[in-house]
Design a protein around this ligand. Structure first.
Ligand code: FAD
Length: 456
């Protein structure tokens, strides 16, 4: 009997333990189910759908080159898999384990009616593999990271199978075009293709390119004006490359890659946190933050729009928000600055910002997005202090963002380095660029007052 390979955020053929297991047992039916019902409010956002479309197209090509193909179905995962098993006589479902709360629920539902075989491989270590002295899960990043490091390197990655045999009769598949994952009018994704090559091959090419740069990462990663980071986040989110493969390639680069590998461990850390607290994306991990009086969007809606559209009058924030809109990605340092600005200077609930990122990031990831937003807000399990308020203009100068601003805020392209971070202060603001929607000190004081008030 054939085996079903249920693909989700693991769209690769190499180092894919679920695929390897299925191939070793018989003919394989690879299926991707577009399930918008399981995640409900966390259904994939627009930018991620653009990525998904291209990643699925590439995966189908790779499968066909090995004698297989990708079956596409749409609906509730458990129902679709049950129907597919019935149609094809499949005896078992192989899948990689995923930790988003809706995937864990879906796995439970599938396991009730089918023989579901779950494999690890989406993280460096499955949650629970390292535990505190008391036997619990780590809640703080630094000791977690230290414990993970002791188990590294991960097991050596497996190559893709040479051939993937299919069933005598293939089940029908939806057409990818019919899923309408790509934007039509307006086509806001025009800028995406210039930056990204979704799919396993693109991911591996990206890893290879980064090997030469990993030695510079410790300093380059903080400078938004240069490409100092790997830009692997969407590839990792969609599982086009396994973290174990990445780890081994990076270690073979001959550079000291510790700082980079520690960033990769943040991804594992975030996934452990959503296992422990599945509502991490919608509720304050520290409940004392429930008392914080965020500004109501009915009053602050104009400020929120200015933030989303990159018109706050803070060049570094606006550059980041425009980079996000145009390319589906934002530099990490700028994500922190832009998020902090929304939460503190504008006193807008982090959840509104996280939702915007969810819809606009190609790497939108429930664990990474939720944990990082709450880290910036101060409401996370391990978090920055709310009262430590980033000064966006100082950050912009300190991390040399002038060229970054010139790229994304063309109204300011003509300004010299000395004035570009804060055109207002230098009397250099062109008419086309908005004045600051809030003064730094005023925003800071308002945030601190709201925080003090929440503490009673
Ligand atoms: P690199 O610096 O090259 O890092 C390599 C990989 O390590 C990344 O691809 C990512 O998988 C992982 N990583 C690095 N930093 C972090 C981090 N702080 N937390 C978790 N994993 C990390 N990352 C996402 O993948 N999806 C998100 O939805 C997301 N939302 C974020 C929201 C905010 C407010 C902030 C401050 C950060 C967010 N991040 C998110 C984390 C980080 O900004 C991105 O992972 C990183 O910028 C991706 O670029 P890169 O691949 O070049 O990173």
């Amino acid at each position: 009997a054939p085996l079903i390979l249920w693909l989700r955020q693991d769209l690769r053929l190499s180092d894919q333990p679920a695929l390897a297991a299925a191939v070793s047992e018989g003919p394989v039916i690879p299926v991707y189910i577009l399930d918008d019902e399981a995640p409900r409010q966390w259904a994939m956002g627009g930018a991620a759908r653009w990525w998904l479309h291209h990643s699925l197209a590439r995966l189908d090509e790779s499968l066909r080159a090995k004698g297989s193909r990708l079956i596409l179905r749409r609906g509730r995962s458990a129902e679709i898999l049950a129907a597919l098993a019935e149609e094809t006589g499949a005896s078992r479902v192989h899948a990689l384990r995923h930790y988003e709360p809706w995937w864990r629920n879906a796995e439970k539902a599938v396991g009730k009616t089918l023989d579901l075989c779950l494999h690890d491989g989406g993280l460096l270590l499955p949650p629970g593999a390292v535990r505190t002295g008391a036997g619990g899960m780590y809640r703080i990043y630094t000791p977690f990271s230290r414990a993970v490091m002791e188990h590294m390197p991960p097991a050596a990655p497996h190559p893709a199978p040479h051939r993937i045999d299919g069933p005598a009769h293939w089940p029908t598949s939806d057409s990818l075009e019919d899923w309408a994952l790509l934007p039509t009018k307006p086509d806001w994704a025009q800028g995406f293709a210039a930056d990204w090559t979704p799919g396993e091959q693109g991911a591996r090419a990206n890893v290879a390119d980064f090997l030469d740069e990993v030695g510079d990462y410790p300093t380059a990663r903080n400078l938004p004006s240069i490409e100092g980071t790997s830009r692997l986040s969407p590839h990792l989110h969609f599982g086009e490359v396994s973290p174990a493969y990445l780890w081994h390639r990076i270690e073979s680069s001959g550079h000291d890659a510790t700082i980079f590998l520690k960033e990769l461990i943040w991804r594992d850390y975030a996934h452990v946190q959503i296992c422990e607290l599945p509502v991490y994306g919608s509720e304050n991990a520290r409940r004392d933050f429930d008392a914080l009086a965020w500004r109501d969007l009915r009053e602050a809606g104009g400020d929120f729009t200015a933030w989303k559209t990159g018109r706050t009058g803070y060049p570094i924030v606006d550059a980041g928000m425009r980079q996000l809109w145009t390319t589906g990605w934002m530099h990490n340092r700028v994500r922190m600055i832009a998020a902090s600005f929304l939460i503190k200077h504008l006193l807008i609930d982090w959840r509104h910002g996280a939702r915007w990122f969810w819809d606009t990031l190609v790497d939108a990831d429930y664990a990474n997005n939720s944990v990082n937003w709450q880290w910036v807000a101060g409401s996370g399990v391990d978090a920055n202090l709310f009262t430590r308020i980033m000064a966006p203009l100082t950050q912009s100068d300190k991390f040399d963002a002038a060229d970054y601003i010139r790229t994304w805020v063309p109204e300011l392209a003509g300004l010299p380095d000395g004035a570009i971070h804060d055109p207002d202060a230098h009397g250099a603001r062109p008419a086309a660029y908005p004045a600051k929607i809030i003064d730094h000190r005023e925003g800071r004081e308002r945030a601190l007052a709201a925080y003090r008030h929440s503490k009673g």
